[in-house]
Write a protein that binds this ligand. Structure first.
Ligand code: GLA
Length: 723
């Protein structure tokens, strides 16, 4: 059992891999955080009260608790708003009387094996009951009648704890949830930097690192999507830690809508991490008897640096988030029509693509945007999910592609509607809108009101009709604009604060229905590239198109950033016609992700075709290593060098592949590279010069790459194999 409750000291100790999380029930039934960090034996938590600060502060104390019992001095695990808590609270309820004083105290708890699902929401799972234990702590606010359940799952063999919450109205009057967090974590020092992944369209998930100070440091999305600008992930790294060592805490919100997550440092140098909805865009009326579910946060702790934190997330997501057939089955190597043809294609052209692709060893043709309604450009037809008959005959196209021995994939953008569409003409009120206000323009499209069940039903029926009309192996699910004028024609005025979250629930419901009805179909998410690259989406789709930017040099920052918490198996990466580098660099960079092509195969020279065949051979040769291996960021873009290097080593330490991309050639460089993740005792032969060295030599001394091929925007790979 990885969760223990000590009756005498009223202390919970959660052990996850070699990390511990500890909480106690204090006088007045407040639940207080004791510790989160490297594993400490259960026996040490008998009278473990070192972190409370027993001083009288200029702070109102809890009635009945004495002058020292204040919310400033007690690190409450899930703090309530308005009853003495002056830091970021986790929950704020507006009562039927209109006040927001909220006060949740411990009532009871239960511990059980396994991990529960979260109703209507994506979440990680345990593969069997022995993999994880769950603690549910019931708390009550006596005035509103709110019953709050905090749910903690500790994974036995991984340094992973997930946290979520649910709230039930057990009172007699409705109340409004104004704010409710997924996760709060109190740490008892402030010697940390916060890392987050910021970006924009075509440049997602860049690395940012800033030291904490005596203030709040947060990242937010107000887009109605997790968004290009901030990924729902932060890490706290202790001063002096690095890629390879030191205390590192990761927090990743399993949600695809607007969010807020960040840290607050107080005058005792404590750091409070909070993760949840963006309270500016969230409100929920909870009537008596109703229950509300909060998405979960995946928390990782390691004392072995940022690199190990990433590898823990990678293993965990591959094993406990990704689902379905393609969790383990090899994914088809695809070619996508978008950059090859944009809207300019017909059945004959796609069949020619398929013929050429087949000849080079590609396994699937994906027909991107432009096959439905009367869509020849981006001004129309979203919402009209019926075949554009004068362009293609879907049955005939699919059977011709299949006859060549290729699989077939198709593009949808289910949450959107064009004003020029039959759907809009029939239901002009089905988009998010506010009467009297003009719509914001974005790619000529509007966002469907996914909070309305009849809208979700209609889109499901249309998609189902297409997907059941022929054998479709893959679906690319796009989302090409953020939400504005967030109003709904059917929700009452007082419920309008619910729309952002109801939108996400509608989208998740649609994804759930599609993936349940078509379990063998591979789903790839996309949002103008990587504008919704988050664990919520990964629950439905094992891979996500990482960025619309396919320039391999620009991709380096995007892909390195993505690997902070997302495994390579999820990172959509293709070789395109982008002119900046040769085909070899494009191939080396795309090989690190799901790999595929995004180009017109009928316009390739014989030389390029030969290179593509080699790339495809490499793809098969290294597939298992890249898919199941451990990633080491040997030189990252944020290390400020003129090259980057990544390594993937097999978990059994018998093989490793390093890839180096020089962004700028340095003629006078002496370049020794130290590998990681090898066995010091094993001997390895390298594919660069055929030398045989021990793992110890390669990791501690390093391989001399001074004479390796280099030049501006050149790359090379070296494969190491045990002999
Ligand atoms: C988005 C996607 C692209 C492509 C286009 C089609 O921009 O990111 O890959 O599918 O939409 O309109």
């Amino acid at each position: 059992m990885s969760i223990i409750y000590n009756e005498k000291t009223r202390t919970f100790n959660l052990t996850a891999g070699d990390s511990s999380y500890c909480m106690s029930i204090y006088p007045l039934e407040y639940l207080v955080t004791q510790y989160y960090g490297k594993k400490i034996p259960d026996t040490d938590f008998t009278s473990y009260q070192i972190y409370t600060t027993r001083t009288v502060s200029f702070n109102p104390s809890r009635p009945g608790g004495g002058p020292c019992f204040t919310m400033d001095t007690y690190p409450v695990e899930y703090p309530s708003f308005g009853t003495g808590e002056y830091r970021r609270a986790a929950i704020r309820i507006r009562s039927a009387e209109g006040n927001t004083a909220t006060d949740f105290r411990y009532v009871s708890h239960k511990i059980y094996k396994g991990k529960p699902e979260i109703k209507g929401l994506p979440s990680t799972y345990a593969n069997n009951e022995d993999e994880a234990d769950t603690l549910e702590i019931l708390m009550k606010d006596t005035v509103t009648g709110g019953e709050l359940t905090l749910v903690y799952t500790a994974f036995d063999k991984m340094n992973v704890i997930t946290k979520s919450a649910r709230l039930k109205n057990c009172g007699e009057k409705p109340f409004v949830i104004e704010d409710i967090c997924s996760c709060v974590t109190n740490l008892f020092s402030s010697d940390f930097s916060m890392i987050n992944l910021y970006g924009k369209h075509n440049a997602e998930r860049n690395f940012a690192k800033n030291h904490l100070s005596y203030n709040c440091q947060s990242i937010v999305s107000r887009r109605g999507a997790s968004g290009h600008a901030q990924n729902p992930f932060i890490a706290l790294v202790r001063d002096g830690s690095s890629e390879e060592c030191g205390d590192t805490y990761g927090f990743n919100f399993v949600y695809s809508g607007s969010f807020e997550m960040g840290c607050e440092v107080d005058y005792f140098d404590s750091t409070r991490v909070t993760v949840g909805f963006n309270p500016e865009q969230f409100e929920w009326i909870l009537s008596p008897g109703e229950e509300f579910f909060v998405p979960e946060t995946v928390c990782v702790y390691t004392d072995r640096g940022l690199g190990e934190m990433s590898r823990i997330y990678h293993r965990f997501y591959n094993n406990n988030l990704i689902r379905g057939r393609y969790k383990t089955e090899k994914r088809p190597l695809l070619i996508n029509s978008w950059e090859a043809a944009y809207f300019d294609f017909n059945e004959e052209k796609l069949v020619r693509f398929a013929e050429q692709a087949k000849e080079m060893g590609i396994e699937m043709l994906v027909m991107d945007d432009g096959w439905f309604g009367h869509r020849d450009n981006d001004t129309n037809s979203l919402g009209d999910w019926f075949v554009y008959e004068s362009k293609i005959n879907l049955q005939s196209l699919v059977s011709r592609v299949k006859a060549l021995g290729l699989k077939f994939g198709i593009w949808f953008e289910p949450e959107m509607i064009s004003e020029d569409s039959e759907l809009y003409r029939a239901h002009p009120d089905w988009c998010l809108h506010v009467e009297g206000r003009p719509h914001c323009e974005c790619r000529h499209q509007l966002v469907l009101d996914m909070s309305r069940p009849e809208v979700v039903d209609n889109i499901f029926e249309q998609m189902d009709k297409i997907l059941s009309s022929c054998e479709i192996d893959y679906l690319k699910w796009d989302f090409n604009r953020n939400l504005t004028e967030v109003g709904s024609a059917t929700l009452s005025a007082e419920r309008h604060g619910e729309i952002y979250h109801r939108f996400m629930l509608g989208t998740y419901d649609l994804m759930d229905r599609i993936t349940k009805k078509y379990p063998d179909m591979l789903l790839e998410n996309c949002a103008g590239g990587g504008g919704r690259f988050d664990p919520g989406m990964l629950y439905y789709s094992p891979q996500i198109w990482a960025s619309d930017n396919t320039d391999p040099i620009e991709r380096l920052a995007i892909q390195f950033g993505t690997t902070l918490c997302y495994p390579t198996s999820t990172m959509g990466a293709h070789v395109s016609f982008c002119p900046r580098t040769g085909f070899d660099v494009k191939g080396d960079v795309a090989l690190w992700g799901t790999f595929g092509y995004e180009l017109d195969p009928t316009r390739l020279s014989d030389g390029d075709k030969a290179l593509i065949k080699e790339q495809i051979a490499d793809y098969h040769k290294y597939y298992d290593l890249i898919r199941y291996g451990d990633l080491y960021r040997l030189i990252a873009p944020w290390d400020g060098q003129q090259k980057v290097v990544w390594e993937i080593a097999s978990p059994d330490k018998t093989k490793a592949l390093i890839t180096c991309v020089h962004t700028r050639y340095n003629a006078m460089e002496r370049f020794f590279l130290k590998l990681r993740g090898l066995d010091p005792e094993k001997m390895y032969k390298n594919s660069f010069n055929g030398e045989i060295n021990s793992g110890a030599f390669l990791m501690y001394g390093g391989i001399n790459l001074t004479f390796a091929p280099k030049g501006d925007m050149k790359s090379f790979k070296i494969y190491f194999e045990e002999v």
